[in-house]
Each structure stands twice: as structure tokens, then as C-alpha cells.
Design a protein around this ligand. Structure first.
Ligand code: ASP
Length: 451
């Protein structure tokens, strides 16, 4: 059997959902179906999840919610009406939306999580009603009924291993389709908690592992994962097949088609993932597969870039001989609960690379002051506009002059390389540059290896 997950844009309207039903009808193995909340129908549209966040905030501030309730209901009503659903079914959806503020929650965070999760819950309920009306043998299965248990913070939860035991104990009828709402689970105390944004991908992977699916199909709005960002390189080649590890490295630096946490359950159970386009289900999409027996077709599979980094450069003569220099830096970072991303070092120099989203001006000043006092470096420089480009490919293993082939064309274009990191992972090279050069780096490497 297969688990098929449909993202927000694939379930954003009645017409889109009709296409989803077509896809399900075309393959009996698509037995477990995970849905997101209705996403954007056009660029200027708002995702239902974002409407629900607004609704939760208005509720918390005890403000009038009638307008937002109507806006949320209108999204489901549009879908229901497309399929001529009875008013009774739609009234049920309306009541569930309007009753949300009457529930009790342990705190504000759990309230937020429960409101958000209703985007997926109501969509799964609606799809079940629509498919039933069309004569399908179909059943709504909720995280509570299935025993999808999560722990951690209410809006950034993680799956609890007992979930897999619970899922394994469920009997699936091969002639019946299961509709499952994505994005959330139930905490040990019985409250709703969601994964991080985009987390319906995670639900799909959990179910694929729990039900030992042969394939996890992830339906979205692109034909495939591309070898470079189409906003930077025009018409990049699609990737037909890649390994989990390649996907992980590329998503680290900005490939966002598939939620990176969703790879974990798939890897644990070695279930291949197929990213496909809902509008063109006949196209092969991208397969993400285990590393065993994988034969690389190209040297490089993909090039990704993340611009939101900063770096602290430190120089101290005889740094290599002084014991405890790095330890002191790490202690200072630990005290401020700041994680670093990379720490390439030389004989007298060290660069510490951070994600900018973890920092603010005050924190940067505090960290720099403490490093100055504690380590007294000869030179210290904060580089605020740091970008990282990842060049990734299983085919890069043991390729001799690869670094030269990547770096030479960049030198020709006068792009200054701040850092290069190769070795820790044999299938990637990480290049640090100034942010302004980042896109040109991607284009240049793409031209070298793909054109
Ligand atoms: N609806 C949620 C979000 O917008 C989860 C998802 O779509 O995967 O983040």
C-alpha cells in the first residue's frame, strides 16, 4: 500500500480536490491519504492555517471573531458547494469552527495549536464526506483515534515512538481508503499539538513508517525537485532520483519542497518518497531513496543556497597551541543558548557560522564582548551578510579535481570565497561567501556542471 499526502495548494479549492479524488481513484494502492489545510488559491490568497492563527489571536485578545469565522468557513463552503454537499455537512463544519473558543486549553500555546490543527481536521472531514457522497468506501481517521502521540512544545512537537506501535496495531481494510488530517498529534495529556509549519509532510512520513507502506507519495505543486532554485537559474534540470542524504543536505541550505523533519521516519523505515505534481500526476516527479544500491547519474545532484547566515571571525597568533580556546567559545554560546552551524578553523583562525534567525543585535554584542574579555583575540570581526552554498551529490565521492572545477570559475568572476568546507560529508561541499555573491555562485556552479 501507499501513503499519499496532498499539500495545501493541492486541496485549496473544489476543482483541486476533484483532481485529488481522480488521483486516488487511479491507484487502489493509495490507501492512506493525508491532507493539509486549504492553502493559497492565488499568490495574494491567505492559507487557512494563517486565518486560524489570526482567529486564535483574536480569541486570546477576547476580540470579535465573527468576520474571521466567516472567512474560514467560506473556504470550506466553497469546496463543499463544488461537490453539492448537503447543508447538514457544511453546518457541522461551521459549528466546529465557531465553537473553537468555547473549548478549554491548558494555556495559550495549546489554544493556538488546537485552532491551527483544525485547518487539517476540517479538511479531512470534508473530503471524507465528499468521497462518501461519491460512493467511495472511505473513513476519517484522526490522530486521536490512531494514537499519533507527540511530545515537545505544543506548536513544534515531535512524534513519540509509541505512535508506531499504535499504528501497527490498527487493522486496515484494503478496500477502504483512510483520510487522515496532517500536521498534528495528541500530547500525553490528551491535548492537540502541531508540528512546525509545513508539518503535514511529517504526518505522511509517520504513517508511511507506521503502516510499512511501499511508497510515500508527496503531492505538491511542482513537477519535481529541481537541481537549483528556478528563481535563480532559469529552467534548471529536474532531479529524477536522489538519496535521503542528498535531500537532507540540500534542504539544509534552502530546498524547501519537502519538510526536512519528514525524512526521518522515511529513513528509519527505508521507505522511498516520491514528490509529485498534483496537476500532472502522470509525470515521474522526484524519487528520494535509500543510499544502498544508489547509482549516481551525475557528479552533482543539486546546488542550494541559504542567505540568512552570519559569521564571527577570530584570529589569534598561536591559537593552535593554546588549549581550551574553542571550549571557551562554546561555553559562552551555551550560556546564551545559541547554537552554531559550522566552525571551520585554521592554524591561527577560526570562523563560527550562525543562523541569523537565532540572533539579535543585543545578543551579538554580548557574545562578542564576552569573547573579547575571555579570549582576547588579536582580531575579531562580525560578518553579518554571510551566505552558504551547498553543492551536493553522491557522485562527488572520490572525484579528484572537483574542488578546482567548482572554485576556478568563481575566481574568474572575482567572487571571493570566505570559507570552504569539504570532507565531513563526502557528498557535499559547503561554500561561504558574502550574501551579494550568493546567487552568482549558484548560477556559475550550475553552468559549469549542468550546461
Ligand atoms: N497547514 C500547515 C501549514 O500551513 C501544515 C501544512 O500545510 O503542512 O503550515
Amino acid at each position: 500500500m501507499k501513503v499519499a499526502k496532498f499539500g495545501g495548494s493541492s486541496v485549496a479549492s473544489g476543482a483541486k480536490i476533484a483532481q485529488v479524488i481522480n488521483i486516488l481513484n487511479n491507484d487502489n494502492k493509495r490507501q492512506v491519504v493525508v491532507v493539509s489545510a486549504p492553502g493559497k488559491r492565488s499568490k495574494s490568497d491567505t492559507k487557512v492555517t494563517d486565518l486560524l492563527i489570526k482567529y486564535a489571536n483574536l480569541t486570546l485578545r477576547k476580540q470579535n471573531c465573527e468576520k474571521i469565522q466567516a472567512q474560514i468557513y467560506a473556504r470550506y463552503a466553497e469546496i463543499g458547494k463544488y461537490f453539492d454537499l448537503s447543508m447538514q455537512g457544511l453546518n457541522e463544519i461551521k459549528a466546529l469552527i465557531n465553537d473553537l473558543p468555547t473549548h478549554t486549553f491548558p494555556n495559550r500555546d495549546y489554544l493556538m495549536a488546537a485552532f491551527k490543527a483544525h485547518g487539517e481536521f476540517l479538511n479531512a472531514k470534508l473530503l471524507t464526506m465528499i468521497m462518501k457522497k461519491q460512493g467511495f468506501k472511505v473513513r476519517l481517521l484522526t490522530p486521536r483515534q490512531a494514537g499519533l502521540v507527540v511530545t515537545g512544545s505544543p506548536n513544534d512537537a515531535s512524534v513519540n515512538p509509541e505512535t508506531y506501535v499504535n499504528l501497527r496495531n490498527l487493522e486496515l481494510d484494503p478496500t477502504e481508503k483512510i483520510i487522515f488530517p496532517g500536521f498534528y498529534g495528541i500530547s500525553p495529556s490528551g491535548n492537540i499539538a502541531t508540528f512546525s509549519r509545513g508539518g503535514s509532510d511529517i504526518t505522511g512520513a509517520i504513517l508511511a513508517r507506521g503502516f510499512t507502506a511501499e511508497l510515500y507519495e508527496n503531492f505538491t505543486d511542482v513537477d519535481a525537485i529541481f537541481s537549483a532554485n528556478p528563481a535563480i537559474v532559469s529552467h534548471p534540470q529536474p532531479i529524477s532520483k536522489m538519496t535521503y542524504r542528498e535531500m537532507r543536505e540540500l534542504s539544509y541550505a534552502g530546498f524547501s519542497v519537502f519538510h526536512d523533519e519528514a525524512l526521518i521516519p522515511a529513513i528509519q523505515a527505508q521507505i522511498p518518497v516520491n514528490v509529485k505534481n498534483t496537476q500532472h500526476p502522470e509525470r515521474p516527479g522526484t524519487m528520494i531513496v535509500p543510499e544502498t544500491n544508489f547509482k549516481a547519474q551525475h557528479t552533482i545532484t543539486g546546488i542550494a543556497g541559504g542567505k540568512n547566515f552570519a559569521a564571527l571571525y577570530l584570529h589569534k597568533y598561536l591559537l593552535n597551541k593554546g588549549a581550551g580556546f574553542t571550549l571557551k567559545i562554546l561555553q559562552i554560546l551555551d550560556q546564551h543558548k545559541v547554537a552554531y552551524e559550522h566552525m571551520p578553523s585554521g592554524i591561527d583562525d577560526i570562523t563560527i557560522i550562525f543562523k541569523k534567525e537565532d540572533l539579535n543585535a543585543e545578543l551579538i554584542d554580548q557574545i562578542c564582548n564576552e569573547i573579547q574579555v575571555s579570549l582576547n583575540p588579536d582580531q575579531m570581526q562580525w560578518i553579518d551578510d554571510y551566505a552558504i552554498t551547498m553543492v551536493v551529490g553522491e557522485g562527488m565521492r572520490d572525484k579528484l579535481s572537483l574542488c578546482a572545477s567548482i572554485l576556478y570559475p568563481l575566481g574568474q568572476k572575482n567572487i571571493s570565497i570566505q570559507m570552504i568546507n569539504q570532507g565531513a560529508s563526502q557528498i557535499s561541499i559547503m561554500i561561504g561567501t558574502r550574501r551579494g555573491d550568493a546567487e552568482e555562485v549558484i548560477r556559475t556552479i550550475y553552468q559549469t556542471f549542468f550546461n
